[in-house]
Design a binder for this molecule. Structure first.
Ligand SMILES: Cc1cc2nc3c(=O)[nH]c(=O)nc-3n(C[C@H](O)[C@H](O)[C@H](O)COP(=O)(O)OP(=O)(O)OC[C@H]3O[C@@H](n4cnc5c(N)ncnc54)[C@H](O)[C@@H]3O)c2cc1C
Length: 427
């Protein structure tokens, strides 16, 4: 890599995740000179597919599912030459709890209604509000486990008002897991990279930004220096908080950036010859189990992640504090914990998987953790709006800031495009 680069651009974009790549597309369309600076050796961020060693299958380490209301990411999947396959999910599929194996009927929209009718105090943790609004103690545990799995942050660390706002931006009535691309999502990343025609610089993490007169000077860990008139910081807010910013920019954004706490998730995908969970007996009746929400382990859930006619898969998500706890044990202990959870529900058959892939998204210096960072109880519930509003010639963009579908790929694409456009409009 060349050292001490000394180039000047109209716009520099920090981060080549979906938000950064999408923002760069808007900057390019506007005819501006630009570069994307990426910390790691690959683009895509929390979108990352890997082929198995025997080349028989691929796994998605990060994002995987979409639904029809996520129009921008669906278009990108199609533009990159892929189609959609339905996840194995029907009206008759049920989600059960692991204790009495009874069906659970739960969704983000339902929780939103719960919170809508409640006068939430500033800085209240979501867990406290749930204890007030959910009458039944059992249901409260179910909801809390579901939330820790869905957001990858335990409800005790989430700001309740911010959660209500966040949920209101997920307007879909459809199951968010309904479809998957028929190929690896890396294809979307490659498609976006190709559009940017070599304007991404890899392995060059930005460490500080200074301003001299009207120009931003961006310095990387490799001691490279780039100059730009405007900046888009397309990294998670917790990660952006670690980049040294000019004093006035820090003053403007510090409280918003400090409002976020990283998520944490461990994703384990199991491949089976047998689809035993589709013929599961609940109280003597055969049921098709789509998922399990574990009440005894807050933040753990399992979903049928098979698609189309392809092989049978179950994916376990271990989210929030449980994920943080399990990164500190050996891989063997972690795998045993996960397998014990499957056996608890499905019996010994769960032990006979033919392939497994584990992905850990906890405390990463560049990706943060989990699906994204959430606003903590002491944080500012307007932090996402603050970071999406350009100040001087800087704006932030990441899935957390998506006006629709935050914490999903769709939110990242939308935040990237919209916030880049807001920045260009403000120049
Ligand atoms: C296990 C898992 C499962 C998920 N499942 C789904 C799903 O099924 N459906 C769905 O829609 N979404 C899902 N998501 C969420 C989705 O992946 C994210 O919302 C989205 O990809 C975030 O994109 P982003 O661009 O905002 O951030 P990121 O993907 O985190 O990108 C940030 C980029 O910035 C770079 N960077 C960071 N710091 C610096 C620096 N200092 N200098 C330069 N570059 C830097 C990083 O290396 C990274 O490339 C999942 C996520 C995970 C982890």
């Amino acid at each position: 890599m060349s050292k001490n680069v000394d180039e000047h651009f109209d716009v520099l974009i920090v981060g080549a995740g979906l938000a950064g790549l999408s923002a760069a597309g808007v900057v390019k369309e506007a005819g501006k000179t630009y570069k994307v600076l990426e910390a790691s050796e690959r683009a895509g961020g929390k979108v990352y597919s890997e082929e198995s060693e025997d080349h028989k299958r691929h796994f998605e380490h990060g994002a995987q599912f979409v639904n029809e209301d996520m129009t921008e990411i669906i278009q990108l999947i199609k533009d990159s030459g892929m189609g959609l396959l339905e996840t194995n999910l029907s009206d008759k599929s049920i989600v059960i709890n692991e204790k009495n194996k009874r069906p659970i009927n739960i969704s983000m929209n339902k929780d939103n209604n719960l919170l809508d009718d409640y006068d939430i105090e500033t800085h209240a943790p979501l867990s406290e509000v749930l204890s007030e609004v959910v009458n039944d103690k059992w249901e409260e545990r179910v909801v809390k486990s579901f939330i820790a799995a869905e957001t990858t942050v335990n409800s005790s660390h989430i700001n309740a008002i911010a959660a209500r706002k966040m949920i209101s931006r997920i307007t879909t009535q459809d199951n968010e897991l309904k479809y998957q691309a028929d190929g690896p999502l890396n294809n979307v990343t490659r498609y976006l990279e190709k559009q940017l025609e070599g304007n991404i610089i890899y392995c060059d993490p930005v460490v500080s930004i200074e301003k001299t007169e009207d120009v931003y000077q961006v310095t990387t860990a490799n001691d490279n220096t780039y100059y730009a008139n405007a900046l888009i910081l397309a990294v998670p807010p917790t990660v952006a908080g670690r980049i040294k910013l000019p004093d006035d920019v820090t003053q403007r954004f510090k409280s918003a950036l400090d409002s976020f706490v990283d998520g944490a998730v461990i994703k384990l995908t199991y491949v089976y010859d047998d689809d035993f969970w589709r013929h599961h007996s609940v109280k003597g009746r055969e049921k098709t189990i789509f998922g399990v929400i574990y009440v005894g382990n807050e933040g753990v859930n399992v979903m049928d992640s098979s698609k189309g006619d392809e092989e049978n898969r179950l994916t376990m998500f271990i989210g929030g504090d449980k994920a943080k706890e399990l990164v500190n044990v050996t891989p063997e202990v972690r795998e045993n914990f996960a397998l014990d959870r499957l056996v608890e529900v499905f019996g010994d058959r769960a032990e006979y998987y033919k392939d497994i892939k584990e992905s850990i998204w906890v405390d990463s210096p560049y990706y943060g953790g989990g699906y994204g960072a959430m606003i903590h109880p002491d944080g500012d519930d307007d932090a996402a709006e603050t970071l999406s509003t350009p100040f001087e010639r800087i704006v932030f963009a990441s899935t957390e800031l998506g006006m629709a579908f935050p914490y999903f790929m769709e939110g990242a694409v939308q935040a990237g495009r919209q916030n880049a456009q807001s920045l260009l409009d403000s120049l």
